[in-house]
Write a protein that binds this ligand. Structure first.
Ligand code: PGA
Length: 247
């Protein structure tokens, strides 16, 4: 894992956007899996801005979901669906045929998972993954205790995920389950960027990057990914023992 520490959120975002642009330019048919959440918002805004300015052709790029809340419709601004549409697909004018997302409203969630597994296999896996980290160390909805050989699955959300998840919703929302790509699919991604910013993430980032690899802290598995970049701002990196990694 290569760690880069940026002075502030703006530089973290700009540099993440630069990596994203590099991928779509180098591989015009790349498969991207881009996390939702507060962390990557700045990077996506910069990515969209640059992509429009450079008139990048997205017609061959494919997108897959990382995760979704079960029972939350795409019309709800707190859903991952809504987030991706608003911050990426609409501004970049991505055609529906290029997008494959989890349907968290389906009555057959197991079917949703197996169809995602098949779809991802047909695509040849993820080329480029952007993930954030939860305060409990989750990536996607791979919660503490998850099996590292899982593919797409439905999960009972961890108490911390249920509580912190409220920040995405306009009013108190019942969050019980999620649907997520599994660790095996994330570890198969050719390139991964793990992003974190802010003092809230300091402790969990230190454990994830420098602690033991364990499913008690799912993000720690990324230490063994052959091509994972940890992009952090100075606050999130504040407790790392090895501070020789400033960008
Ligand atoms: P955040 O979420 O980017 O909103 O902090 C990260 C996560 O829970 O994966």
């Amino acid at each position: 894992m290569i760690t880069r520490i940026y002075e502030d959120y703006r530089r973290l975002s700009t540099n993440t956007a630069r990596e994203m642009l590099r991928v779509v330019l180098e591989k015009p048919e790349a498969v991207l899996c881009l996390a939702t959440g507060a962390t990557p918002l700045g990077a996506y805004a910069e990515f969209v801005r640059q992509a429009k300015m450079q008139r990048i052709d997205f017609s061959g790029i494919r997108f897959v979901s990382l995760d979704e809340w079960v029972g939350i419709p795409p019309s709800n601004p707190g859903s991952c669906h809504y987030f991706l549409n608003r911050h990426l697909f609409q501004p970049l004018q991505i055609a529906p045929a290029q997008i494959y997302l989890f349907d968290g409203m389906s009555a057959d969630l197991q079917g949703v998972c197996s169809r995602m597994d098949e779809h991802l296999e047909q695509l040849g896996g993820i080329d480029f993954l952007v993930v954030g980290i939860g305060l409990n160390g989750h990536i996607g909805f791979n919660e503490p205790g998850v099996a590292f050989d899982n593919k797409a699955h439905v999960v009972d959300l961890h108490p911390i995920t249920k509580t912190t998840g409220q920040k995405y919703f306009q009013s108190e929302t019942l969050l019980n389950q999620g649907i997520t790509l599994g660790i095996r699919q994330l570890m198969d991604a050719k390139t991964v960027i793990l992003m974190a910013n802010g003092a809230k993430k300091t402790n969990i980032i230190q454990q994830a990057l420098e602690g033991t690899v364990s499913n008690a802290l799912p993000a720690s598995i990324l230490q063994s990914h052959p091509n994972c970049l940890a992009f952090l701002d100075a606050e999130a990196a504040a407790q790392l023992q090895d501070s020789s990694r400033r960008a």
